[in-house]
Write a new protein. Structure first.
Length: 69
């Protein structure tokens, strides 16, 4: 299984929290405004499905799953 990494664009985030609900070990939110905080850029294969679902559900499309070469 090829590797991947997670990227977030905090400038697009609207603070809906869908990412935290799906993968709380990978994403968090800033206390002051709810904007996404990436905890793990390389969360590993066990979290791949949850991360992909978080990216899919993000209403602002602020999460990218980038496949490793």
């Amino acid at each position: 299984m090829p590797g991947y990494r997670v990227e977030v664009d905090a400038t697009r985030c609207i603070g809906s929290g869908q990412c935290v609900a799906r993968a709380p070990e990978v994403f968090d939110q800033r206390e002051e405004d709810g904007i996404v905080v990436l905890l793990l850029a390389d969360p590993g294969p066990a979290r791949r499905e949850a991360v992909a679902k978080a990216a899919l559900l993000c209403p602002a499309q602020a999460i990218s799953v980038v496949e490793a070469p």
